[in-house]
Design a protein around this ligand. Structure first.
Ligand code: IPE
Ligand code: IPE
Ligand code: MG
Length: 250
């Protein structure tokens, strides 16, 4: 496969995070059950992971299930959990062949036991891989992540192993789920499905992410759309609060 000429392969974002939205609406517009949209969405996941690997992305974080998604009808939650388990089981050999390391962020204690066990096995089996880090956000919520970080930090203050004055950005980042990722903060955050909101995703880590909202529904977000998002990213100037002249004179 050849890389699309649309973007510069030398400047691919290191960490890309995606809010994979629009499966349900995509299916319903076709008079199919929502779960059909999730099934086709898994095919998109396979294609996007393959592109990310081929283009040299270091970390790909996929928002697969939020803390709020537990409120969906039982049947849909169950269907999503089965799809997740089937995906992990079917992809393991490909992950090993392509040196993909699977990691996850979120409150995974809430996942059903069988899913959690497959997840843990997959993470353990791929732990030594040095290629793309495929990081799944599962039962993930940015607010819950911050609550857990605050509790861990507060406990250390309480037992006198940490001074309040030593609480800084680095310490907070070190207590988030993303602490052990090679690049904890996404450079590019994509949301498919037409909504322009974060829905509790990476609230701390996305502070300076370039955000790309697209109307394309997740089941249809394939190689070319992904390449366009990267190309769009490369045409932006990341100023981090400075002026354009300061950035150019670097
Ligand atoms: C995203 O698609 C997948 C999950 C949230 C699990 P949705 O299921 O939210 O699809 P829409 O937004 O209802 O179309
Ligand atoms: C965000 O999508 C969560 C995931 C993609 C996993 P939702 O469909 O749950 O978000 P809202 O409800 O539209 O904000
Ligand atoms: Mg949605």
């Amino acid at each position: 496969m050849t890389a699309p000429s649309k973007f510069d392969l030398e400047r691919v974002p290191r960490h890309i995070a995606i809010i994979m939205d629009g499966n349900g609406r995509w299916a319903q517009r076709r008079n199919r059950p929502r779960l059909y949209g999730h099934k086709v969405g898994v095919e998109t996941v396979q294609e996007i992971v393959e592109c990310a690997r081929e283009w040299g992305v270091k970390v790909l974080t996929l928002y697969a299930f939020s803390t709020e998604n537990w409120k969906r009808p039982e049947e849909e939650v169950g269907g999503l959990m089965s799809l997740l388990k089937a995906y992990l089981l079917s992809e393991l050999s490909k992950m090993l062949k392509n040196s993909i390391r699977l990691t996850c962020i979120g409150n995974i204690e809430k996942l059903p036991g069988d899913v959690r066990s497959v997840l843990q096995t997959t993470m353990a089996e791929t732990a030594g891989n040095e290629g793309l880090v495929l990081n799944l956000a599962l039962s993930y919520g940015g607010r819950l992540e911050l609550i857990q970080a605050v509790k861990k930090i507060a406990a250390r203050v309480q037992d006198n192993t940490l001074d309040i004055d030593d609480i800084d950005e680095e310490l907070i980042a070190d207590n988030l789920y993303t602490a052990s990722l090679p690049y904890p903060e996404p450079d590019l955050l994509i949301r498919t499905g037409g909504e322009a909101r974060l829905s509790n995703f990476l609230l701390w880590q996305a502070s300076y992410a370039e955000i790309c909202f697209t109307d394309i529904m997740w089941p249809e977000f394939r190689r070319d759309a992904f390449a366009s998002a990267i190309s769009d990213f490369q045409n932006r100037e990341r100023r981090y609060g400075k002026t354009s002249a300061q950035i150019k004179s670097r």
